[in-house]
Design a protein around this ligand. Structure first.
Ligand SMILES: [Zn+2]
Length: 640
């Protein structure tokens, strides 16, 4: 446009601006709980957010005010009725950029049905912004039969259908077309197929992948116990009540969390913690004591992650990983006043020199640093903390090798933590503690490194951990035999690495070791050349060796680059791009990931097996969040 008319132009622009100003208005840019109605103006099912009658959750809205204006009042209405917050449990917070976040904490609704949620936000110039969404209060059929007194979730992290098949071929074998024996998880009578998408992607990570089972709702990747918001604060997100808290509050149940990962990791934390940052280890571990012991009746916490429990000043020994900040990676937690009031939780604080183990002991927990500590239990303990490694526990392949021949895998921490328990041993002790509660318990048991070693395309180590996981399943099935009011659910949070069994080796292990790099692809026997790879099981229940003649061959659809030898690697957790570079042949990745654990999750459905009280509901194809409601129907309403 030519400038000679600049005067007029400026007048026009000013006029437009004034017009714009005349038409500017505050807008609601986010409304929690998330809904298709708010995001897409779609009021039809499936309803994105669903809750149990009386399950608590937060209402939250983000409002974009006009420049320089403030939001002076906010009203949330459910089906037209204004929601009244408990004292101190609501807030309107300026979050920068003329944006405001309004919350009502700890809301609940006891009447089943679909609810319309409207937020009305008034600006300082009395302009009003509104937003409309919906959520569903699920109906629970009461007195529908005997209730599940105990609920046991067994989550094989990343364990898709092929991970199961591989574990069965190695640990049970197959011949003449039939498996010689089933896995323990195969013996559970009910099977379902679960869809795994998270709130913000078809491919989930473990945080929403477990959050869905513990809250019945979706979350963004990397977030647990919460819905997404518009602040960088890790601890102010809108919360959803966990199964453990709900059943502690309404039925006096106890909660147990057992994992082979660092206990700050996503799957365990999703059962008791509320944060938008799954990596905030200091705060996550403090929240276990300050909130979960308080409100969820957390009575058993076992896994790795000791570093988060040691004071930073070294007063309880070296190796602390605590972080002196609430914003940095690994950070500590401080929750806003409205969260404290709405959820009856303490403020928290940045306390790097906190001795969390001592605080757990003060709260009555028996502390076990290793298997010997577990075995020294008298059996009368009613609270158990077990921290068996600084970070993630070492994997069963290396734990068993050490037990058998004192072999210490390079890259592992076996030398520092020589007496780490196996998952079945942890499960045993957890059941002993939790079964003391007459009101029953909820427990989550995770086989974590099936996922981590699948990410690393370390076939031998993830297969071995899938076998370890199945032994923990067997422990729970044995428990159920004498405790029939127990519901067992065996599933995963997602599939990891796009694994499948593509064949069997056509050569002996000796021949394989002598095979030139350029010929390694050629030893893969497909179709009938796969035959029946045969492994032997030692007295300790694990494969005598994974390097058998004519071994099973695994392929990876979610792969990054790797050098493949088809043999076990003596070293643990070495990047696939740095492992076997001279002895293996390059299998080029389909995605650009690099480094340790660089193969990726997939969006495929996963299998679920269930047995016991209420298990029949877990059949068919259903969303991961549905599993929560099926389990809660069993615990609250019962089943035939
Ligand atoms: Zn993973």
């Amino acid at each position: 446009m030519k400038l000679q008319n600049s005067g007029k132009l400026i007048a026009a622009i000013t006029g437009l601006f004034a017009l714009g100003n005349a038409f500017a208005a505050p807008t609601v840019t986010r409304l929690n709980p998330p809904s298709a109605l708010f995001t897409y103006a779609d009021a039809t099912p499936p309803y994105i957010s669903r809750f149990l009658p009386a399950q608590r959750f937060d209402l939250q809205a983000t409002i974009q005010a006009d420049a320089g204006k403030t939001i002076t009042s906010v009203v949330f209405k459910v089906n037209g009725s204004p929601v009244t917050a408990a004292v101190g449990a609501s807030a309107i917070t300026s979050i920068g950029g003329d944006k405001f976040s309004a919350t009502i904490r700890g809301y609940s609704n006891s009447t089943a049905g679909v609810k319309t949620l409207v937020v009305e936000a008034t600006q300082s110039d009395s302009l009003v912004a509104t937003g409309t969404g919906n959520f569903e209060i699920a109906s629970i059929t009461l007195n529908a039969g005997r209730k599940a007194k105990n609920i046991i979730w067994l989550i094989g992290d990343g364990t898709g259908i092929a991970h199961r098949t591989a574990a069965r071929i190695v640990s049970k074998g197959a011949s003449l077309g039939k498996s010689n024996d089933p896995l323990a998880m195969d013996t559970l009578p009910v099977t379902g197929i679960v869809t795994t998408h998270s709130l913000n992607s078809i491919v989930t990570d473990s945080a929403p992948g477990a959050h869905c089972y513990s809250t019945g709702n979706k979350a963004n990747n990397g977030q647990e116990g919460v819905f997404p918001d518009d602040t960088t604060d890790k601890w102010d997100n809108p919360r959803i009540e966990h199964m453990g808290s709900y059943l502690a509050r309404t039925q006096g149940k106890w909660l147990g969390i057992v994992t082979t990962a660092d206990v700050e990791d996503a799957t365990p934390a999703a059962f008791a913690v509320s944060t938008q940052d799954r990596g905030a280890g200091t705060g996550i571990c403090d929240m276990y004591l300050d909130e979960a012991v308080l409100n969820h009746n957390l009575r058993v916490l076992m896994g790795g992650g000791r570093k988060w429990f040691l004071p930073l000043d070294g007063s309880a020994g070296a190796g602390s990983g605590r972080v002196n900040s609430s914003t940095a990676t690994g950070g500590d937690y401080v929750v806003p006043a409205d969260v404290q009031a709405g959820w009856s939780v303490p403020a928290g604080s940045v306390d790097p020199n906190r001795n969390l183990i001592a605080d757990f002991q003060t709260a009555g927990f028996y502390y076990a640093p290793d298997l010997a500590g577990l075995n020294a239990m008298t059996g009368s303990e009613t609270k158990l903390l077990g921290l068996f490694n600084s970070g993630h526990m070492d994997v069963s392949y290396d734990k068993i090798a050490y037990r058998r021949s004192s072999t210490v895998a390079s890259g592992s921490l076996i030398a520092t933590y020589p007496n780490q328990p196996l998952l079945e041993e942890m499960t045993d002790k957890a059941l002993t503690v939790l079964s003391k509660n007459a009101n029953g318990f909820v427990m989550m048991i995770e086989g974590a490194s099936i996922d981590k070693q699948a990410h690393n395309m370390d076939t031998e180590r993830w297969v071995h951990d899938a076998i370890e996981f199945d032994k923990a399943v067997a422990k729970c099935i044995a428990f159920q035999a004498s405790n029939p009011d127990t519901l067992i659910i065996v599933t995963a949070d997602h599939e990891c690495a796009g694994i499948n069994i593509i064949g069997g080796s056509t050569v002996t292990d000796a021949a394989l070791q002598g095979t030139a790099v350029g010929s390694l692809k050629g030893i893969v026997g497909t179709y009938d050349n796969a035959k029946f790879p045969a492994y032997t099981i030692a007295g300790d229940g694990y494969p005598t060796t994974m390097d058998v003649d004519y071994r099973m061959i695994i392929g990876y659809a979610g792969n990054s680059d790797r050098y493949e030898t088809w043999r076990s690697s003596p070293s643990y957790n070495v990047s696939p791009q740095a492992r076997n570079t001279t002895t293996g042949y390059l299998v080029t990745g389909q995605q650009p990931g690099t480094g340790v654990q660089s193969a990726v999750h997939t969006a495929s459905d996963i299998p679920l097996s269930a047995g016991g009280r209420g298990a029949a509901a877990f059949t068919g194809v259903f969303d991961n969040t549905d599993a929560f409601f099926k389990a809660m129907q069993a615990a609250i309403g019962g089943s035939k």
